[in-house]
Structures are given as C-alpha cells and as structure tokens.
Design a binder for this molecule. Structure first.
Ligand code: CMP
Length: 133
C-alpha cells in the first residue's frame, strides 16, 4: 500500500487540534501505520528540510519546526501522496481552498499546520528519517 509522511506542525499542536487533524485523516480513508509525538532539535529540523537549504526561509523554517512538539505519522492508502496533499491544501493557507487543513488551521506560509511528502522518493526518504526501523 502506498505510504506518505505527514507532520502535524508545532503551530497546530499548540492550537490543540491534533485530534481534529487525526479525525480528518481517518475520515479521508488513511490508515495510520505509525505515529509519534516528538520535538526536533534545530539541527534535526535543518537536516529534515535540507532540500530547502538555499531558500531565504530555511533558517526561520528550521527554528519554527524545532520550536515545540510535532506529531509525525506514516499514512497509508491508495494514492497516499496526492490524496494527503489534496487534504492539506496549498502551502500558503491564504491560498488554500476552504475545507482543506491549511485553510482551517494554518496561520501563514511558514506556520501552515501540516506537512506532507511531495513525491514517492521524498516519501521514502522522509519516512526513513522518522521511522527508521
Ligand atoms: P512544507 O510542506 O512543510 O514544506 C516546506 C515548508 O517551508 C512549507 O511547508 C512551509 O512551512 C515553508 N515555506 C515554504 N515557502 C515559504 C516561504 N515563502 N516563506 C516561509 N516559509 C515557507
């Protein structure tokens, strides 16, 4: 079964909407194959977002992602990567369609509530980052 990585980011954890997001995940037909709450160090956040190293938002993003607890999930369903990206909505909550998680819970383009892998190779790398065994 195809898998993707989802992250409930520090802003959403702080807002107390972990349960609402997990309910939506289940309602959309995903199986949660693995899940844990954790906190990234600044170096771990940089390692996770290494692909964005050259971007102007890299330092801010790494600081934000290590600013509080996150919940990481391994999600399974057919077409998992695309389906999860549809449920999240556009990266910028201001541009995300009504009903998407980022529209409902995101604050701005950085603090956008949730993350999802963008392609099969990325999903494999990201899942391995958090769920090695
Ligand atoms: P995410 O799906 O986790 O992938 C990379 C993240 O970088 C993205 O969500 C946002 O949190 C962040 N991001 C993307 N573009 C910008 C931007 N222009 N300014 C600040 N943060 C950004």
């Amino acid at each position: 079964m195809p898998k993707t990585l989802a992250i409930i980011k520090p802003d959403a954890v702080k807002k107390n909407v972990i349960g609402k997001i997990i309910t939506r995940i289940e309602d959309e037909g995903f199986k949660i194959a693995a899940m844990r709450q954790m906190r990234l160090s600044a170096d771990e956040a940089k390692a996770f977002y290494i692909v964005h190293k050259a971007k102007p938002f890299f330092q801010g993003l790494s600081a934000f992602m290590s600013s509080g607890p996150i919940v990481v999930l391994m999600l399974e369903r057919d077409d998992a990567i695309t389906r999860w990206r549809d449920v999240m909505g556009a990266t910028d909550p201001a541009k995300a369609a009504p009903g998407t998680l980022r529209h409902s819970f995101g604050f701005d383009i950085e603090r956008n509530a949730v993350h999802g892998s963008d392609a099969a190779e990325t999903a494999e790398w990201e899942l391995n980052f958090f769920f090695k065994s």
